[in-house]
Design a protein around this ligand. Structure first.
Ligand SMILES: C[S@@+](CC[C@H](N)C(=O)[O-])C[C@H]1O[C@@H](n2cnc3c(N)ncnc32)[C@H](O)[C@@H]1O
Length: 261
């Protein structure tokens, strides 16, 4: 999936829903950031997490966000900085997960949330994250396993076809289940694993899954024989389920420590 202007704006809106605000709170809790730490956020997207981490490391720390999408970087740069003196400086710049523009050992903490599942060469990207961390530094990775989805539909067969086509928006829609081994191979020791479930019961516009309907509606027409009319019917069915609407999806959070060279 390309993070063009329309997709980037839709994503930024989704990331202000209570579901994703709560997810970022869980990420921050798992990180245990300390004042003065140097943090890199790979695939920083709309930049909300980067700005929240800047508050936690304070004026003595630094936060960099890198992203391959110029549209995402433009949105991240417009989200306002915290009042002077309470937050670390935050810088957003172009950068690719496999070729990070930083010297070895530049950071105490690297975060990569909802990004590695888009990256074809994850093993190389993890090695690159290890390179820019100091020994003992922490890496936090969060990704979705799309096999965990439960989504009620009036037409279960059509739902299966839509979700199979949607899986194509990622390089690996099931990455979390093989992440522990990949982390070990890249020179990390995994210290924490947890599951962050998303649950939307009853249809509400201000939820993660309501936003997801829009992403899927833009992506799947023309794939696996699905027409625009099929996808409109799929979306209409969900929205009209009202209180019978039911959506659940698991995201998996890993924290790992960079081992010495
Ligand atoms: C689903 S968004 C997640 C944004 C943010 N990390 C968050 O969780 O709030 C995925 C982001 O990763 C970026 N991205 C995808 N592939 C990338 C890569 N190979 N290197 C750097 N950024 C990448 C996209 O441009 C997009 O901004």
């Amino acid at each position: 999936m390309r993070f063009d202007e329309a997709t980037s704006r839709r994503l930024a809106a989704t990331y202000t829903t209570p579901d994703i605000v709560a997810q970022r709170a869980a990420i921050r809790a798992a990180l245990h950031l300390l004042a003065g730490e140097r943090v890199l956020d790979i695939g920083s997207g709309p930049g909300y997490l980067a700005r929240e981490m800047a508050e936690l490391v304070g004026p003595g720390g630094t936060v960099h966000g890198v992203d391959i999408s110029e549209h995402m970087l433009a949105i991240a740069r417009t989200t306002g900085p915290a009042p002077a003196g309470t937050s670390a400086p935050v810088e957003f710049s172009a950068g690719e997960a496999n070729t990070l523009p930083f010297p070895d050992g530049s950071f105490d903490v690297v975060t990569v949330t909802q990004v590695y599942e888009y990256v074809a060469e994850v093993a190389a990207a993890l090695t690159e994250a290890r390179r820019v961390l100091r020994p003992g530094g922490r890496l936090l990775v969060l990704d979705t396993d799309w096999d965990s989805i439960v989504w009620r539909s009036g037409d279960p067969d059509r739902m299966r076809r839509v979700l199979t086509a949607w899986d194509q928006h990622l390089a690996d829609p099931y990455l979390p289940r093989r992440l522990t081994g990949l982390l070990t191979e890249a020179g990390f020791e995994t210290t924490h694993r947890s599951v962050l479930p998303l649950l939307n019961a009853g249809y509400r516009a201000d939820t993660y899954s309501a936003g997801l309907i829009g992403f899927i509606s833009a992506f799947v027409p023309g794939r696996d024989g699905l027409t625009a009319a099929d996808v409109t019917a799929w979306a209409d069915d969900l929205v009209t389920l009202g209180e019978d609407y039911f959506f659940s999806l698991n995201r998996y959070l890993f924290v790992a420590t960079a081992q010495g060279n």
